[in-house]
Design a binder for this molecule. Structure first.
Ligand SMILES: Nc1nc2c(ncn2[C@@H]2O[C@H](COP(=O)(O)OP(=O)(O)OP(=O)(O)O)[C@@H](O)[C@H]2O)c(=O)[nH]1
Length: 189
């Protein structure tokens, strides 16, 4: 950590998981981190475009990324795409692990194996990575089995990836809160 009383401390990181709910501002935060890094940002999109509403959403996201960004789309083979894109001098933003999980579930893939593969791959990349994922499960228990399975799989995925990332940021109402490494104060009464 390098810092001074007037400047916040800087922390060198290789991997960062950015968590948040829908419209929390998590993607914007991940992109701002990438743009501030001085590295060449790569946007690795996992979304499958399944209808016109999604198409117009994605068009807005594309228009919001300036000419510094390169966009790559990979709905399933995320570790392989990271292996190709995370080259020295670049910084890859994966947006997002929730749609990747959706694609895995809908395609009947082995989720545990894919998540473990991603976790293993993150430790061996020659460039830093920022991964965006949804924090789900804060509401009521879904009334259908698929919803409950998805919620549990998302929670497990977030835990597995948070464990291997050196930083985790929770974004809520557009405000980032760093939760790993956590500064745990000694409580004095
Ligand atoms: N295929 C594809 N998907 C994209 C592209 N740009 C953005 N996306 C997808 O758009 C998704 C995010 O869209 P939203 O639903 O509007 O964002 P959100 O997650 O609700 O909101 P935030 O918390 O603000 O990030 C991401 O999961 C991306 O995968 C692109 O160029 N191609």
């Amino acid at each position: 950590m390098i810092g001074s009383p007037t400047e916040p401390a800087a922390l060198a990181v290789r991997s960062c998981l950015v968590l948040g709910g829908a419209r929390s501002g998590k993607s914007a935060h991940a992109q701002a981190l990438a743009e501030g890094s001085g590295l060449s940002p790569v946007y690795l999109a996992t979304a499958d475009i399944w209808d016109a509403e999604m198409e117009s959403r994605v068009a807005l996201h594309r228009a919001a990324r300036d000419g510094r960004w390169r966009t790559v789309e990979e709905p399933l083979a995320l570790s392989a795409a990271l292996g190709r894109e995370a080259v020295p001098g670049s910084l890859v933003v994966v947006d997002c692990l929730t749609l990747w999980l959706t694609n895995l579930m809908l395609g009947g893939h082995d989720i545990e194996k894919a998540v473990q593969g991603l976790a293993a791959c993150l430790g061996n990349l020659p460039a830093p990575v920022i991964l965006v994922s949804n924090e789900v499960g804060g509401g009521i228990v879904p009334d259908n089995r698929l919803g409950r399975e998805f919620r549990d799989a998302q929670g497990r995925l977030n835990q597995s990836i948070a464990q291997v990332c050196d930083t985790v940021v929770l974004v809520t109402a557009g405000q980032p809160l760093m939760i790993k490494p956590a500064v745990t104060p000694r409580l004095v009464f």
